[in-house]
Write a protein that binds this ligand. Structure first.
Ligand code: GLV
Ligand code: GLV
Length: 324
């Protein structure tokens, strides 16, 4: 009998093509939207799927995993982050969980740099200014931004993505790099002259631009809170392309309102897809709808990786991106 795969929402066709070429029966959710908890549960219990390709917008918690039929051997997440999945519950049931690292690293790093430049050079504000009909000619004091050359980048998290951001900004803009992470990153130190800091506070206090690159874990939720925002330079910019809840969004709104820091650029939000109203009324905030990995090339590679992870697992081999 053909193996059965469920994909929770349409992703680039490459995944389906590879899975069908393998002789698998592929079902893609027909809803053009996020399946609700009940819809997801209903669909997963209704059929004996061998594999589920999930998105970061699908919450696969212990209860949903428990409800899945025993036929499911793999949950292949179409994302590098996997905080949407209770990995321990899946593993306890013998289900392999995979993600899509590496293929999106440079794309997410490019997007992070784009947000930094947009914020520092006030590109989004300038764009709005013209569209609102306010441009009456060059002005000596109009929308003055801030240079980044020679300034200090503080990385909160220096894995693949953080390291790539540092490399672009060090080589291209001569930025100094300080970082903290659960472990020291010798490559980053060699490539960027980066300085390891033992505490988040040290990074946050010394940086002109603080960029967040940690996964969402119980230990990283609200890592950037009111207390830490208050430690940042008044001129500092905060960038988040990781996961929204790493930043206490309401504390950030207060900090931005009160001039505690200069600005923020956010690709992710604490209450996603809701964006705190306070953020939207502030000029010194750049917001993006969780787009950091969204290029045609990268999303196609992610689809390919999801299919590879499924095929390897279902053919009895070890998938390349198993979460341990
Ligand atoms: C996107 O946010 C991802 O984790 O891939
Ligand atoms: C994710 O891929 C990271 O290591 O930053």
């Amino acid at each position: 009998m053909a193996k059965k795969i469920f994909i929770t929402r349409r992703i680039p066709a490459k995944a389906e093509e590879m899975l069908r070429a393998q002789g698998y029966e592929v079902t893609v959710s027909e809803k053009d939207g996020v399946l609700t908890r009940d819809e997801l549960k209903a669909v997963l219990v209704a059929s004996e799927y061998d594999a589920v390709a999930s998105l970061l917008t699908d919450t696969l918690d212990a209860e949903i995993i428990a409800a899945m039929p025993a036929s499911v051997k793999i949950i292949a997440n179409y994302a590098v982050g996997y905080n949407n999945i209770d990995v321990a519950a899946a593993q306890a049931k013998g289900i392999v969980v995979t993600n899509t690292p590496d293929v999106l690293t440079s794309t997410v790093a490019e997007h992070t740099v784009a947000l930094i430049l947009t914020l520092a050079s006030r590109v989004a504000e300038g764009d709005r200014f013209i569209r609102e009909g306010k441009f009456v000619g060059w002005e000596p004091m109009l929308l003055l931004g801030t240079d980044i050359k020679g300034k200090t980048l503080g990385l909160v998290g220096a894995g693949r993505i953080g390291s790539e951001v540092a490399s672009i900004l060090h080589k291209g803009f001569g930025m100094d790099v300080v970082y903290c992470d659960v472990k020291q990153n010798e490559t980053l130190e060699a490539v960027c002259g980066a300085r390891f800091c033992a505490t988040h506070e040290e990074v946050i206090k010394g940086a002109d631009i603080v960029s967040i690159h940690v996964p969402l874990l119980p230990t990283t939720k609200h890592l950037i809170n009111a207390g830490r925002l208050a430690m940042m330079k008044k001129s500092a910019l905060l960038i988040n392309t990781s996961r929204g809840p790493v930043v206490d969004e309401l504390a950030l709104v207060e900090a931005l309102k009160n001039g505690v820091i200069r600005g923020a650029a956010l690709d992710v939000f604490e209450f996603e897809p809701k964006v705190s109203e306070g953020l939207l009324s502030l000029p010194n905030v750049v917001v993006n709808p969780h787009l950091a990995s969204a290029t045609e090339e990268t999303r196609t590679k992610m689809a390919e990786m999801v299919a590879t992870n499924i095929i390897e697992t279902l053919e009895g081999r070890t998938a390349p991106n198993v979460i341990k």
